[in-house]
Design a protein around this ligand. Structure first.
Ligand code: SF4
Ligand code: SF4
Length: 192
């Protein structure tokens, strides 16, 4: 059973109905207990991208508990998160914060919220497109398509050449035997 949410002095957080509804929806989507967060900030202390984020993982949990839906779905934290799971591993309440970030990205797309970092979403789409086509990623194609979409034709070109020379990038994709078996996984409404 979820512990009641409290602040970092141990006082119970007064959650209004909007906060409770949002926290419980996120808990269902992420299969973790959002209401157990007591704002110790350990997650943000370990997050390698905290300095670049507007709220950081502890701030996202706080917004969820306060029912600040719009702020939450349009913040850049949910898109700058790379899913490294450091926050989930160090949370003293065993909250899977990385899963909450996944759930928030899913909600943001389903609800048509303004994406704070459209370049990150474009990159996600290219990675998924490669997996849909080949069953694996093809880094060179992903980078070329991403750069073309962002109209950054020459950015990192020298780095790409060096990676090719060191065989870190492959010209041709490698495929699994029957990539079509994966395609039904990709018939998701948000990709249309
Ligand atoms: S580490 Fe866990 S309990 Fe502490 S602020 Fe982050 S999510 Fe909340
Ligand atoms: S999973 Fe995301 S929020 Fe958590 S530590 Fe990694 S980058 Fe930060």
């Amino acid at each position: 059973m979820a512990q009641p949410a409290s602040d970092n002095s141990g006082r119970p957080l007064r959650l209004d109905p909007a906060g409770l509804r949002l926290a419980d929806r996120l808990s269902r989507l992420s299969r973790t207990q959002v209401r157990s967060c007591y704002q110790c900030r350990t997650c943000s202390g370990g997050c390698p991208f905290f300095a670049a984020m507007d709220y950081g993982p502890h701030g996202v949990m706080r917004l969820a508990l306060l029912g600040q839906r719009q702020e939450l779905l349009t913040c850049d934290t949910i898109w700058l998160c790379v899913g490294c799971h450091t926050c989930s591993a160090c949370c003293p309440m065993a909250i899977d914060v990385a899963a909450v970030m996944d759930a928030l990205r899913q909600m943001a797309l389903q609800e048509g919220a303004a994406v704070a970092e459209p370049g990150v979403l474009a990159f996600h789409r290219e990675v998924l497109r490669a997996i849909e086509s080949y069953g694996r990623t093809h880094k060179l194609e992903i980078m070329l398509r991403y750069k073309a979409g962002q109209r950054q034709w020459l950015k990192d070109f020298d780095l790409g050449l060096r990676m090719l020379a060191k065989r870190k990038l492959h010209l041709l994709p490698s495929r699994i035997k029957r990539p079509q078996t994966l395609r039904r996984l990709f018939r998701l409404p948000w990709r249309r």
